[in-house]
Design a protein around this ligand. Sequence first.
Ligand code: ATP
Length: 682
Amino acid sequence: MANQLNMNGLSLNDSQHALHQNGFERSAYIPPHLRGRGAGGPPPGPEMHAPPPAMANGSMNGSTGMNGSAWANGGGPPPRRAGGNDSWASAPSFNPHGARDAPQGGSWATPAPYQPTGRFDPTAYGKPGAGTSAAARGSGDGQWRDGKHIPGPANPRLERELFGVPNDPSKQQTGINFEKYDDIPVEASGQGVPDPITRFENPPLDDHLLSNIELAGYKVPTPVQKYSVPIVMAGRDLMACAQTGSGKTGGFLFPILSQGFINGPSAPVAQQGGFGRNRKAYPTTLILAPTRELVSQIFDEARKFAYRSWIRPCVVYGGADIGSQLRQIERGCDLLVATPGRLVDLIERGRISLANIKYLVLDEADRMLDMGFEPQIRRIVEGEDMPPTAGRQTLMFSATFPRDIQMLARDFLKDYIFLSVGRVGSTSENITQKVEYVEDIDKRSVLLDILHTHGAGLTLIFVETKRMADSLSDFLINQGFPATSIHGDRTQREREKALEMFRSGRYPILVATAVAARGLDIPNVTHVVNYDLPTDIDDYVHRIGRTGRAGNTGISTAFFNRGNRGVVRDLIDLLKEANQEVPSFLESISREGSGFGGGSRGGGRSGGGRGRGATATRDVRSYGGNRAPGGGFGGGFGGAPSGGYGGGYGGPPAGGYGGGYSQGGYGGGYGNPSGPGGQSWW
Ligand SMILES: Nc1ncnc2c1ncn2[C@@H]1O[C@H](COP(=O)(O)OP(=O)(O)OP(=O)(O)O)[C@@H](O)[C@H]1O
């Protein structure tokens, strides 16, 4: 489809939709309401050779067709590992939940090398039944037996717990603007981008997954899902950026689970040790996310879509009893959702091996870097026994992708497709954004006014520090408001309790630090208040994204004063882009001078080079700027170490980023400089 549109010479923005920049093809989706407004530019270039998905018996790529199967290698034999004894074909009975009866030696499924023909064969996802033939126990009581997926029996109690009842207020219902997601321009760059799907259907998706999607009440895929499903099922790596609340979790879970249901468990790799009970787990999928709350949420989603299947999801995170997590893993662990710190701990204890990983997902990867997790992530991905990039599929998802994360992608991903739904880092138009000028001293009373007038629904209030979270929630409670708080100094139990109380509406006001900014999907959050604005616009994007999810509408109010000058330009840009009102005081403050003082914490992030200027608005590979060491992406986005805004944003789109990006890190005074083990301010 994208191709056909291009052939009509339509373009929203020539620079964004130019094909073959630096050898990259771009597939540009143009929303229906914008079609026909030809920009008059030249036709954007050669066709992309992507046949429609309904290709019968098509071979994607002849003998080297893309075999997207990673759960099992449905195609030819995988490469032998050095010193390995067993080949794929000779793998004896396989238990996907661990090492118990595993063979010595062995091999892992490696997708056939990608050939950039651009052809997409929906029949090449893998051969149903190609997985190993042994029976396998599964979480949802399903089994993989004799090359077939045998779903377990329905469990009405579990079904209610996972999927809720019709119109269940504890589950996110789609809102009136759900269809409007289709109006958001989509851009997919990289080589051989497969055509998007338009419906949840078989092919390409597996019937069992479809039945779980139906139970979840999803009718049509969101744009990120439309694209990510065929991309991932074709065996490709992916960096996907889509607005908050637009279904990124399904974007990675659907294709991964579907492949698993179609292909069954993959062969195990060599197991260490030999005698006695091997209690090490060998998950096939690893999903890393920054916070405990987020991994729990992803785990719940995985349980939903893996319901009754052979795939058993598990979750591990710090701050919770490790014993129960270990017992959970021992019962079988095919899909593991983890925070990086706890995962390293379990690897060190010898309880998890990554040797069998076929899918690696980094959700909110930019936040994980902010939190100082890069050493742990690099260790997990590069320093343990995880297959190299060629032996696994790697997916990164976020609503924002600062440039340093795209740099990390160079190390972790291979020949990946960069997908952006809307501009990278943009906000959903489902959120009505208000900015009010409020001096610090007046914030409490303005907040009370807002809370008195705010109607039904949950209100999430963001502050910058843990101390402020406590003092503001105490203040609200003293004023008679049912408030609670969540921040990094509260115990895991307290955090979970606070979220539960908020979610259930018993305490409809939650005062939070940035710990709650990312990913949390809580139905009926109708208002987000940025009592303290963050110093980085990406954080603002994620915070307000706790409302206006799944096509619902929401309101965001930000308290702004001169202490927030550091984000004024980014904020104005963001508001304009999302068709929001820009108050005149913002414009005048932005004109007051360009040497912004940064934010409230010693210059905040602007000093470290991760302000808006560091947010790549699209695939950095397609910029003209070179990526050679010492060259790179500067153009002035870094800013002076003292916290100034630097010389402005990036370089001209066509000209690349010029020189000047220092490798001087991304944090500045932001985040958790001492690493995840140290003290964080949130
Ligand atoms: N195809 C769909 N149809 C209906 N609802 C959907 C669909 N896909 C996802 N949702 C719902 O939309 C909500 C938001 O999805 P999700 O949490 O995956 O968003 P996200 O893009 O990851 O957001 P964030 O950037 O904040 O992490 C969830 O409640 C999810 O159940």
